[in-house]
Design a protein around this ligand. Structure first.
Ligand SMILES: Nc1nc2c(ncn2[C@@H]2O[C@H](COP(=O)(O)OP(=O)(O)OP(=O)(O)O)[C@@H](O)[C@H]2O)c(=O)[nH]1
Ligand SMILES: [Mg+2]
Length: 287
């Protein structure tokens, strides 16, 4: 898969994350609940070391609830705190605040009764592209008035976003980039739309996605496309192509059109809640 993450960009964003750590109490690492391996980058562990951190499992509405449960237990068994989130509908940060507060209890003990801001938690959000950082920040923010310091000639000050709870969010999220150790990880990111489609072989990608869904959730293909998964993947693909009208003039299957339609169905949750990565799929060296 031909994907370029520009080294210059990476360095810049990592420097920014490091710089921002000075201003925050805790970091929230946003992860796509459907691909908890591929939507992380281990480099964040190197940067944060012992810095307080929690993982927000976002897009849980798109993932298989059974698998999400297993993932949460998995992370908890490694002492990594996780909060489940659907940033489209969850407009409250209460559960994030509670978790963060528990993690920062020492700070709170120290500051107890000192001043009125002692209940506030300054938080930075980090995550790979498309994982939902902006949606979370926009949905939980209680913005009032216009930003100051955002005009030309005025030094850009860091903006803090007030939320419904005592969390203050740093307005510029830290962008990580995905780490592609295996071709599967690149593919998982591509399925979810985290990699620009222009860079991808969509027909091939769709073939692989149809194969995966036909093996794990044949009932979903039956339900949406009336297709029997008990046949070769290419036959399933053709049957879906005919069903969605991805046919060229010569009455052949138009695989590109099929790919565009099928990926759109998948990404808009019309096929079903599918966890692409499962706990049992974790490569031994990643565990
Ligand atoms: N169903 C669902 N969709 C979500 C959720 N969170 C985000 N999205 C969608 O995912 C897409 C990407 O969300 P963004 O908030 O733009 O992601 P981002 O991390 O800010 O992306 P970059 O700015 O590219 O780094 C958007 O289409 C959102 O509507 C969620 O919890 N559930
Ligand atoms: Mg964004």
């Amino acid at each position: 898969m031909n994907i370029n993450w520009y080294p210059g960009h990476m360095k810049k964003s990592l420097d920014k994350i490091r710089e921002s750590l000075k201003m925050v109490d805790i970091v929230a690492e946003i992860v796509d609940a459907r691909i908890p391996i591929s939507s992380r980058n281990p480099v964040i562990n190197d940067i944060l070391k012992d810095f307080p951190r929690l993982i927000i499992f976002n897009k849980v509405d798109m993932a298989d609830p059974k698998e999400t449960k297993k993932w949460i237990s998995h992370f908890q068994s490694q002492n990594i705190p996780v909060v489940e989130f659907n940033s489209i509908t969850d407009k409250k940060t209460d559960k994030i605040y509670q978790k963060a507060r528990a993690l920062l209890h020492e700070k709170f003990e120290r500051n107890k009764g000192k001043d009125i801001t002692s209940d506030l938690i300054n938080m930075m959000v980090v995550g790979i592209p498309n994982v939902g950082k902006s949606t979370i920040i926009n949905n939980v923010s209680k913005r009032r008035g216009t930003k100051v310091g955002n005009k030309p000639g005025v030094t850009r000050v860091n903006q803090w976003i007030k939320t419904d709870s005592n969390i203050l969010l740093l307005d510029t999220p830290g962008v990580l980039w995905p780490k592609l150790d295996t071709p599967d990880q690149g593919q998982s990111l591509a399925f979810t739309g985290a990699i620009k489609d222009e860079n991808l072989d969509l027909e091939n990608l769709t073939f692989n996605l149809i194969r995966l869904i036909s093996q794990r959730h044949p009932e979903m293909l039956k339900e949406r496309y009336g297709v029997d998964s008990n046949q070769e993947t290419i036959e399933i693909m053709d049957a879906i192509g005919r069903k969605v009208g991805a046919i060229s003039r010569g009455n052949e299957i138009d695989y590109y059109k099929l790919a565009v339609l099928f990926l759109d169905d998948f990404r808009k949750l019309r096929i079903g809640r599918i966890s692409l990565e499962r706990v049992e799929d974790i490569p031994a060296d990643v565990k």
